[in-house]
Design a protein around this ligand. Structure first.
Ligand SMILES: Cc1cc2nc3c(=O)[nH]c(=O)nc-3n(C[C@H](O)[C@H](O)[C@H](O)COP(=O)(O)OP(=O)(O)OC[C@H]3O[C@@H](n4cnc5c(N)ncnc54)[C@H](O)[C@@H]3O)c2cc1C
Length: 522
């Protein structure tokens, strides 16, 4: 695991208190799986009662909170425990460093709208109206046959989120701090332990006692490839081996000032974005960068047959419009997934997942020019060694035909990994050790179709989870806007079935949409 500036990715390390403080976790609490109210009181930790707590405060917490508010839950009944100031903070950080600033387009489709549970009017309609053009609508109507998938600009999504968070009074529900753990309560429900920012409370911890808890804690952390991590640790060279999710603007600036060679590793969308930036700088700003591109798996044609379909591939890349097949958001794919358990479910994930990138003509044309002019070269192989060389960092690879090759570059840009094991996240590790929670076939949190975390039920209380921590469950598109919406819808329905919130039926939905359309606060 590597850390990123601030605390937006995964868990921030808690600062130790300057002096021993009252109201902290003690041995009794740490060792006991199910807590009584008296145990928490004995530790001097103040208890705050609130019916519903969501931990994370990123996009997943926002989307669920939006649903619950639309269903009619009052702000006083919800607390969002988060180390973020606003829900899209981590997301914007990740998109910006991986080369999607606000004017650039995202990967999701026109109706994946985290700021509008109805998906209407879609982002394409919004853009058409704002920019007085029919282009986005024609694109959506003819994609993917006559045009590449239309996707919204990052800035459009952030502006919408800002508006909606004001409308639902998101700030009134937000409590800043670091969530340390969630434990079951002997009388039902949960205690969520929050470490507030230093100096803001008299005690080191505060316990939120709630009936239900929702977790949307995003990615456990960045994960470097093992060989790069070893290189960084052994040679203390953080400047020449960079993960694409670390801030690395200085690299592009350096390459504009002085020609150099970059080795890009990975074949997913982040690699595509980074390549676009390197190539744009070359073609539009005069950089003289030589690009070496290393794939572990190299696709040169159609592959991964599924029914009658096969995924497209070329020049190393596997092509897929979104980060799960489009069918994953509905219909037969969901029905099929619901019937699969264990290795069978994993097999379908293996077939349709992996690293892939959207097919975009702009990128393909750019790479072709690079290949033709000799400044973009691709390789396939397993890395066997990374060490400092005379003119940069030398990567030795074993190629498919058994021969070795050495690639020397001034910079290695790792575009492979964001996801560490869920145990790297303290909340998940604590749940695995103390709350009867299990793992799904891909090793993440095992959730039911309702997104309830299996094994963690506590009397009338339910623990729910959404986002990447649940990838590998019955619904493949969990780590997407539409996926966060689908999980929020299922959780809200489950809570409604228990009588915790009113059901969002047709009448309520139509009235709520009309309010949303007119930007009326709720
Ligand atoms: C570069 C990139 C581009 C993407 N583009 C798209 C796209 O175009 N379309 C799409 O549909 N999806 C996209 N996704 C996927 C997904 O929609 C986003 O990652 C989304 O932000 C996931 O929401 P989340 O709530 O799970 O995580 P986040 O939005 O990251 O929120 C979780 C937050 O919880 C907080 N947290 C964690 N632990 C604690 C703790 N102990 N205490 C307090 N707070 C804590 C952290 O601040 C963390 O960031 C993209 C993902 C990435 C990385």
């Amino acid at each position: 695991m590597i850390s990123t500036p601030g605390s937006v990715l995964g868990e921030a390390m808690e600062a130790p208190p300057a002096a021993p403080m009252v109201g902290d976790l003690n041995d009794e609490l740490i060792k006991t799986d199910v807590w009584t109210d008296e145990m928490v009181q004995r530790a001097g930790i103040p208890i705050v009662d609130v019916p519903f707590v969501t931990c994370g405060g990123g996009m997943g917490s926002f989307v669920l909170t939006d649903y619950l508010r639309i269903a009619g839950l009052d702000t006083s009944k919800i607390r969002i425990l988060s180390n973020l100031e606003y829900p899209w903070q981590t997301y914007e950080y990740l998109t910006r460093v991986s080369q999607i600033p606000r004017p650039e387009r995202l990967r999701s489709d026109s109706s994946g709208m985290p700021d509008c549970i109805w998906g209407f009017p879609s982002y394409a309609l919004r853009e058409a109206r704002k920019e007085k053009t029919l282009k986005p609508i024609i694109n959506v109507l003819t994609e993917p046959v006559l045009a590449d998938y239309w996707t919204p600009r990052a800035g459009t999504v952030f502006t919408g989120l800002e508006k909606e968070s004001t409308r639902i009074r998101y700030k009134d529900m937000l409590v800043t701090g670091q969530v340390r753990m969630v434990r079951r309560r002997s009388n039902g429900g949960y205690f969520t332990i929050l470490t507030p920012p230093p100096g803001t409370t008299a005690t080191r911890r505060v316990a939120y006692r709630s009936q239900h808890v929702h977790l949307a804690i995003g990615y456990p952390g960045l994960k470097f490839l093992d060989d790069l991590q070893e290189y960084r640790t052994k040679y203390k060279d953080l400047a020449r081996t960079v993960n694409a999710y670390e801030p690395h603007e200085h690299i592009y600036e350096g390459l504009l000032a002085k020609p150099g060679t970059v080795l890009v590793r990975g074949g997913g969308i982040v690699a595509s974005r980074v390549l676009q930036r390197l190539m744009d700088d070359r073609e539009q700003k005069g950089a003289q960068t030589e690009i070496l591109h290393l794939f572990r798996t190299y696709y040169s044609g159609r592959h991964n047959k599924w029914g009658l379909a096969k995924r497209r591939g070329a020049f190393g890349f596997a092509f897929q419009g979104f980060n799960a097949p489009k069918s994953a958001w509905g219909g037969q794919h969901i029905e099929q997934m619901l019937k699969l358990e264990g290795p069978d479910r994993k097999a379908l994930y293996d077939l349709t997942g992996g690293a892939h990138t959207p097919y975009r003509k702009y990128w393909l044309d750019q790479m072709k020019r690079g290949r033709d002019q000799g400044w973009y070269k691709t390789y396939q192989g397993e890395v066997t060694d990374v060490r400092p060389g005379t003119n940069g960092v030398v990567t030795t690879i074993k190629q498919k035909n058994g021969t070795t090759a050495t690639l020397e570059a001034q910079i290695i840009l790792d575009c492979t990994g964001l996801e560490a094991d869920i145990r790297e996240h303290r909340i998940c590790a604590d749940l695995l050790d103390h709350s009867g929670v299990g793992r799904n076939p891909l090793g993440r949190l095992d959730v039911a179709p309702s997104f309830e975390v299996r094994g963690a039920q506590s009397g009338v209380g339910r623990l729910y989870a959404s986002g990447s921590a649940t990838y590998g469950g019955y619904f493949q598109g969990v780590d997407t806007f539409l996926g966060l919406q689908l999980s929020a819808q299922r959780i809200t329905d489950d809570l409604a079935a228990q009588g915790f919130v009113p059901r969002i039926g047709v009448g309520r939905s139509v009235r709520a949409w009309w309010k949303w359309f007119r930007h009326k606060p709720i």
